[in-house]
Structures are given as C-alpha cells and as structure tokens.
Design a protein around this ligand. Structure first.
Ligand code: S3P
Length: 437
C-alpha cells in the first residue's frame, strides 16, 4: 500500500457483486452526537460512532476544550461538561477536511467565553464560510474570516449572543445547524425559515438531548437552553456510504446486495426515489425508528435503468449521493439531466468538474452546465481518474470499475478515510476486485 499522502486505487472488472456488507456509522449523526453530548449534563453513550478522519476531528476539538471522551470500537463515552463548561486558552482548532465540523462548531464557539481560531486542510481552507459568518454576526458574534470568505475564522469570545429571525440565502444543513447551535445560547427564540428542507439530524438529535426544537410548516424555532441532558445514541449506518453499494448492485448483472441498519431519513435518502424513477429494483424492509432516526434494511438488485430528468426538489436531499447517482446515469439507457446542483461546485472538490473529467476519461459522453450536467448512458472504457482528494468522487468511480471494459485507476484517494476508512475491505466483501496500487 502507498503512503497515506498518495493513495491510489485500482479496480478490475468483476461483473457481479453480492453480499450483506456492514455499513459504517452515519457521519452527520456522529458529529452531532459528539457535539451535543459534550455540552450536555452527565454522560452520553454513543454506539456505532463513525471512526473516520472527519468525525475524529470533531472529537479532537472537544478534547482540546476539556471534554473527556473515551472512544472505543464498541462505543464512545462522552462525559458532558454542560453548556458553559467548555474551555481552552486561545486555541487554534484544525478541522482537517471536515466542512461539517467547522461550520457547526463555528456556531457553538461563537457562544463561548474564550477566543478561538479555526483552520483546515488545503481543500477546507478554500470553501465558503461567509454563509455562516453573516448570520452569526447578526447574532452579535464577533467572528470574521478572510476577505475572500474563507478560513481561517477568528472568533472573539465572551459576547452576548442574541436570537435572530433568519432566512438562509443558500440551502444548507450545515448553516441551519450552525445557527441552531448558536441558538442554544441566544437570548430569546431563534427562528430559521427553511424554504427547501435539508437534512434534519440536528433537530432530531436535540430531542434526544431533551431540548426539542419546534417546527411550524417551514419554520424552525429554538429557545435558549437551560441544559441538555446526556443520553444514549445508536448511530445508524450512513446512507451516503450505503449509496455506493446500492448503485453497485443496481448497475451490475447478476447482483444482489442487502444492507442492514442503514439510516433512511427522508431528508437524506432521495437517492432511492431518483433510482426508482430510473427503474431500479430497491426495496426497504424492517423499517423502524432508532434514536429518533428512521432506519431500514435496504435490498438492491440488478436493474435495467433509464435516463431521467432528476427532479430539482430531490437535489438538496440527495446532495452527497449525486456523484454515485451520475455513475448510475452513465449505465442507463438514454440521457439523464441534473440541474439545480450548483452547490456541488463547492464541496470537497468541484464535483461537477471532477465527475465531468472522470467521465471523459472513461469515454462517457456528457454536457456540463454551471449547475449540473447531462450524462449519456454508455460503457465505461477503463482509464485513469483523478479524485481531486474528494472521497465521494473516488468511491463513485471505484463502483464504475465493477463493469468497465478495462481496469480503472483512481489517484488521490487518501480522503476516502474521511468518511469510509474500510471502503476497500467492504468492497472486496461484495466481490469487487479492488486494491491499493
Ligand atoms: C452535511 C450537510 C451537507 C452535506 C455534508 C454534510 C451535514 O452540506 O453535503 O456532507 O452534516 O450537515 P451542506 O449543508 O453544505 O449542503
């Protein structure tokens, strides 16, 4: 295996996948569980916490603020310090590649007694932060970033945070969650208008910690909190990680994959609806609610897919799955059109560009727009892909390698460890011929 800085995957076609792989814990839910447990009164126990670079970055930041966290494979115990118990002396926090950690924690850190500085890796240092800075300033936070709206963020603590009525100008669960966390400390009631629904894990997680938000049609209300109460959280398998194996089964002949205990929160799982519109054979079984989150067993089988116009309303609730959905589109009869996905340009890489470049290298015809692309179904030729250090691009093209004519080599795959460190061994379990180069 190559060194962590230059990880390359090679996938050789195997033309059939099957099995019952275990999908690791949900990244979004794992972050939120640690954050709320850290500021709760008493201990919390988190089962199936995602052990990956992004979520470990969140743990590291809280440890630096004096929170005792015992992170074991079986479970993660967080000894909460209460809403006002975090402390560090002028810390600089490094969030690595994790946009969720930095944006959510900016809301929390704006409300603390101490100053802080927030930085990240090369990719995170370029991602837009003004979307959180502006409303936090309106809440009276003393927070700033660079003139180009990027990290480092600097926060001056010890401010009286006040509530706001806010209508976000961008569709973002990270922004909403940032404001909900600041809202825990803000005098009065913070009101957020969410015209287009985004993932609601923060709202659900707050109920687990005994501080429920109120919802009225498209408005969310959060009151200043007196206390959060520690609890036990069972983190479901991550739908975004399951997505690679759902598509693997659907696009490959003679294939059948069963994924147990996967989160199917409707604000996350629109990919199922999109793939079904394309003709996919996907069934949900044993649907239940665990720690306030809908969970199911997902059964996916070989399917004949047809190109579609992806309904715009599904885009925000399938945002992280769009790269792998585009892989499915490349295996469908006819053309698939994705629009309204401008946000893809500012993820861990410019995902519209990364997917377009990858498709061209694999002989798939595309047309690129500002906010999406048209993909014409075809056959993957095999070739070399640059993931641009983006975990979701790397894993999406790895799945294409199951049915390509020749092998696919994917460069710059180290960040697969940000969300799915066991991707290679899980892929091998279903029969994929994948290895490090
Ligand atoms: C996330 C929200 C989404 C998503 C990201 C995780 C979260 O980002 O892309 O991977 O956990 O809140 P945006 O809120 O920027 O759309």
């Amino acid at each position: 295996m190559s060194s962590k800085d230059s990880i390359t995957f090679r996938i050789q076609p195997c033309y059939s996948v099957s099995g019952k792989p275990v999908i690791p814990g949900d990244k979004s839910i794992s972050h939120r569980a640690i954050i709320l447990a850290a500021i709760a009164d008493g201990n919390s126990k988190i089962n199936n916490f995602l052990q990956a670079d992004d979520t470990l970055a969140t743990i590291t930041v809280f440890k630096k603020m004096g929170v005792n966290i015992e992170n074991n494979v079986q479970n993660t115990i967080v000894r909460g310090v209460g809403l006002y118990g975090l402390y560090a002396e002028n810390p600089t926090f490094d969030f690595g590649n994790s946009g969720t950690s930095v944006r959510l924690l900016a809301g929390l850190l704006s409300s603390q007694k101490f100053n802080s500085k927030l930085v990240g890796d090369e990719s995170l240092m370029q991602r837009p932060m003004s979307r959180i800075i502006n409303p936090l300033q309106q809440m009276n936070a003393k927070i700033s970033c660079t003139t180009s709206g990027t990290l480092p963020i600097k926060i001056e603590g010890n401010q009286e945070i006040k509530s706001i009525d806010y209508k976000p100008p961008v569709i973002s669960a990270q922004l909403k969650s940032c404001l909900l966390l600041a809202g825990l400390y803000a005098e009065g009631t913070t009101k957020i208008y969410e015209e287009t629904q985004t993932r609601d894990h923060t709202e659900r997680m707050l109920s687990n910690f005994s501080h429920p938000v109120m919802k009225k049609s498209n408005q969310i209300f959060i009151k200043k909190a007196k206390r959060l109460i520690g609890c036990e959280i069972n983190v479901p398998g991550d739908f975004s990680s399951a997505a690679y194996f759902i598509v693997a089964a659907v696009i490959t002949p003679n294939s059948n994959i069963i994924l147990d205990n996967v989160g199917v929160n409707p604000t996350r799982s629109a990919m199922i609806k999109i793939l079904k519109l394309m003709g996919a054979n996907i069934e949900l079984k044993n649907e239940r609610v665990v720690s306030g989150e809908p969970v199911a067993t997902i059964c996916a089988k070989t399917s004949e897919l047809f190109g579609i116009e992806i309904p715009k309303e599904f885009v925000p609730i399938a945002i992280d799955e769009l790269p792998i959905i585009l892989i499915a589109a490349a295996c469908a009869k006819g053309k698939t059109r994705l629009t309204g996905a401008q946000e893809l340009r500012i993820k861990e890489s410019d995902r519209i560009q990364s997917m377009s470049d990858g498709f061209l290298n694999l002989n798939i015809k595309i047309e690129q727009f500002d906010d999406g692309m048209i993909v014409e179904g075809g056959e993957f030729s095999g070739g070399i892909i640059n993931s641009n250090d983006d975990h979701r691009i790397a894993m999406a093209f790895a799945i294409a390698g199951i049915i390509s004519k020749e092998s696919i080599v994917i460069n710059n795959c180290k960040n697969v460890a940000t969300s799915f460190p066991n991707f290679i061994s899980t892929a091998k379990e279903v029969g994929m011929n994948i290895d490090y180069v």
